[in-house]
Write a protein that binds this ligand. Structure first.
Ligand code: ATP
Length: 279
């Protein structure tokens, strides 16, 4: 691991609603959960700061509604932040707050620098394209026009995620949930991104299929050295994958540290409950 974070997030805020005099200033807020009882504004992410280091897997764990998906959507530009800063350690983009760059540049970053695997494969795949066609789509978006080369890359990636090559022309809608996730992972890897986001990628899969997908993610991280942010409500998933972990509750980070340390000695009450529920 390197000293310099590849991705640096500072004071990310995402709110739904305009706020009122009871909640608009963070210091005046006294929220029981993540919303203001007077005006209903939801503070989905509150002052989130995190570092992702090269070659590590950072886990983000929290119950439903804690703000994990909102955080991920903001980082992948699927959703606008209310305020905050994100910096990518990249020659061309160094020093620029990526939340503030043009939509064209955001598209460029998604095509060349980021990969995303969604919980629901429908969001990451074109179900009526072939599996290899899905990979080609991402390669074309990243500027590739060489059909022979795209086929070679596609085959290699499908092999990497254990999709038999003889099924490469099949549409993912005919595949099982686990296979669809593996095609999504292959597609997300196709532009060789330095950063990969994975949002609840094993939720809803059978336990044995879940284990296969988690194994695959771990292998890919080792082989490709990609830095990953993995979001899950399931601490067992985070335990298996993450080097470091952030625990979110009501839109805030309540605890962070090395995953082993958090599992052995959780300091926040909510984290303690999460850890005990594993036993
Ligand atoms: N478009 C929206 N409008 C209003 N509130 C929203 C919107 N999207 C999310 N929220 C609220 O923001 C909070 C955080 O939601 P988010 O989906 O980020 O949580 P999560 O931890 O990912 O939970 P889950 O795993 O159930 O999706 C929740 O209270 C949610 O109701």
């Amino acid at each position: 691991m390197h000293d310099q974070p590849i991705l640096k997030v500072r004071n990310l805020n995402r709110q739904f609603g305009a706020g009122c005099r009871h909640c608009i200033n963070a210091e005046d807020r006294s929220l029981t959960k993540n919303y203001c009882e007077s005006c209903g504004t939801v503070y989905a992410c509150q002052n989130i700061s995190l570092d992702l280091f090269a070659g590590e897997i950072l886990g983000v764990v929290g119950e439903s509604g804690s703000g994990k998906s909102s955080l991920m959507k903001c980082l992948y530009f699927d959703s606008e932040v209310t305020s905050g800063e994100v910096l990518l350690d990249d020659e061309e983009l160094r020093g620029q707050n990526l939340f503030e760059v043009s939509s064209q540049k955001k598209r460029y970053i998604r095509n060349y620098k980021y990969g995303m695997v969604y919980q629901n494969p429908v969001h990451g795949l074109k179900m009526n394209f072939s599996s290899i066609g899905n990979i080609a789509e991402k390669l074309i978006a990243a500027g590739n026009r060489n059909v022979g080369e795209m086929e070679k890359i596609g085959k290699r990636l499908l092999e990497t995620v254990h999709i038999p090559i003889f099924r490469m022309k099949e549409e993912p809608r005919h595949f099982s949930g686990g296979m669809q996730q593996r095609v999504q992972i292959a597609k997300a890897l196709s532009n060789n991104p330095p950063v990969l986001f994975l949002d609840e990628v094993t939720t809803g899969l059978d336990l044995s299929v879940q284990a296969d997908v988690l194994d695959l993610i771990k292998t890919i991280q080792r082989e490709f050295g990609i830095s990953m942010v993995v979001v899950s409500h399931d601490l067992a998933v985070i335990r298996m994958l993450a080097d470091r972990t952030i625990v979110m509750l009501n839109g805030e980070i309540v605890e962070q540290g090395l995953t082993d340390q958090i599992l052995e000695d959780p300091s926040h009450k909510y984290t303690q409950q999460l850890v005990y529920s594993l036993l």
